[in-house]
Ligand binder design. Structure first.
Ligand SMILES: Cc1cc2nc3c(=O)[nH]c(=O)nc-3n(C[C@H](O)[C@H](O)[C@H](O)COP(=O)(O)OP(=O)(O)OC[C@H]3O[C@@H](n4cnc5c(N)ncnc54)[C@H](O)[C@@H]3O)c2cc1C
Length: 383
């Protein structure tokens, strides 16, 4: 039977980032992807590497560590993914959001983020196409962006160059465990014997652990993005709004706006605008009602009226892997030796992919890393 030192399941940003980092540590690594590289959530998302949108404390610490790796990542991988330090803004649309955003900015600053609070005039100077009714905005010059479609491809390119065997259109259908230890995987194209499996299947991670009779606290949280025709540059950097921050961080669904709508806005190098977004728990249902599309469009046009004149050419639907506390799980299954989970990055997988690869490398090499401590499965068991 074929053998491998490691089998990574999932070819999104997380699985490909892990493959790249592990490549130097193991002789034979196989990455198995059911469809195309980046064909699921990692290819249906925005492009922002936001620092300022993360919760204060550990989530920011992790985001800063990941952002640091981004600085030289294109050179490391040998491929461009259109990384740009373009800065990011969170628009404050109404005076009623101001106290929350003032407190938010203060805690972000205390966590080490270079963030400013801009008044209306200063915010409009940075984004002249915004409506003059806005109250102001926050601004962080270290926020950055990438082309997410290229990012998974670039990680896979770097991994392949380091000798990883990347197999697309191959589905893992079973996992063999004997006496509490992983023995191998079964795909629709054959079996591979291995003692180390990494489940990097994002929102699908729960389906994979079912193969070893376990459950995971990860559920899909649907997000929708509208894509416009190409236009000359009208947006500077990446933009969120204070309502987006509320939809992302508020634990109670009662406090979240309808369909979890909150602005996320950015413009690609080719000129298309990505207008988001929504947050809904509807399992893996890709059928989006017109109400969701129109809520996203109305909200965005209120903040940036110029958008009313643009044509929407297509939409994207993706499923964020939601754990409930805004953090991923990077840990070994307690009852199955050699079965690692690296999933649950919710709306931050693009920002956190680089550090995730490093953390999984440390975990499998049993190297101490304080960043791993808050990411264990144990945190759900003791709640
Ligand atoms: C609308 C939206 C906007 C977003 N915007 C941002 C943003 O601006 N910044 C940011 O940081 N994050 C953003 N995110 C979050 C980010 O996209 C995700 O956190 C990230 O893409 C998750 O990557 P992943 O590799 O874990 O999952 P995925 O990309 O879904 O990859 C998992 C892979 O596993 C494969 N798979 C599943 N089952 C099997 C099997 N049995 N065998 C083999 N392969 C299998 C799937 O085919 C899939 O390709 C956004 C998400 C959405 C939905």
């Amino acid at each position: 039977m074929e053998t491998a030192d490691v089998v990574i399941i999932g070819g999104g940003v997380i699985g490909t980032s892990i493959a790249f980092r592990l490549a130097k540590l193991f002789e034979k690594i196989v990455l198995i992807e059911k469809g195309e590289i980046g064909g699921q959530t990692s290819g249906s998302c925005d492009k922002a590497i936001f620092l300022q949108s993360k919760k204060a404390g550990f989530p920011i610490e992790m985001a800063i560590a990941s952002r640091e790796i981004y600085k030289n990542l294109q050179e490391e991988l040998g491929m461009s993914f259109e990384f740009k330090q373009s800065g990011g803004m969170i628009v404050i649309e109404s005076d009623s959001h101001l106290p929350f955003m003032e407190a938010f900015t203060k805690s972000q600053r205390e966590s080490g983020i270079n963030i400013e609070l801009l008044n209306r005039k200063e915010a409009l100077r940075r984004q002249p196409c915004f409506s003059s009714h806005i109250t102001g905005a926050t601004y962080c010059q270290d926020d950055a962006e990438v082309n997410p479609l290229l990012l998974s491809q670039a990680f896979a390119y770097g991994a392949k160059r380091e000798g990883v065997d990347v197999r697309t259109h191959t589905e893992v259908i079973n996992i063999h465990v004997k006496k509490g230890k992983v023995e191998g995987i079964v795909t629709n194209k054959g079996k591979i014997a291995t003692n180390l499996v990494i489940n990097a299947t994002g929102p699908f991670a729960g389906n994979i652990v079912k193969m070893v009779n376990t459950d995971l606290p990860i559920q899909p949280r649907r997000g929708v993005i509208l894509i416009t025709e190409k236009v000359k540059p009208i947006i500077n950097g990446s933009v969120l709004c204070s309502q987006y921050i509320a939809a992302k961080h508020l634990a109670s669904e009662e406090n979240v706006p309808p369909f979890g709508v909150g602005l996320s806005l950015g413009q690609t190098e080719s000129g298309n605008l990505l207008i988001g977004g929504s947050r809904e728990f509807v399992a893996f249902n890709k059928k989006v009602s017109t109400e969701v599309f129109s809520s996203i469009a109305k909200h965005a046009c209120r903040i940036a009226p110029v958008l009313r004149n643009l044509k929407i050419i297509r939409t994207m639907v993706g499923f964020r892997p939601f754990t409930g506390d805004g953090l991923p799980i990077i840990d070994e299954l307690p009852d199955v030796k050699g079965f690692i989970i690296a999933a649950g990055h919710e709306g931050d997988g693009i920002a956190l992919a680089p550090i995730t690869g490093k953390l999984v490398a440390d975990l499998v090499m049993e190297k101490e890393n304080d960043l791993l401590t808050p990411l264990t499965l144990q945190r759900f068991i003791t709640r």
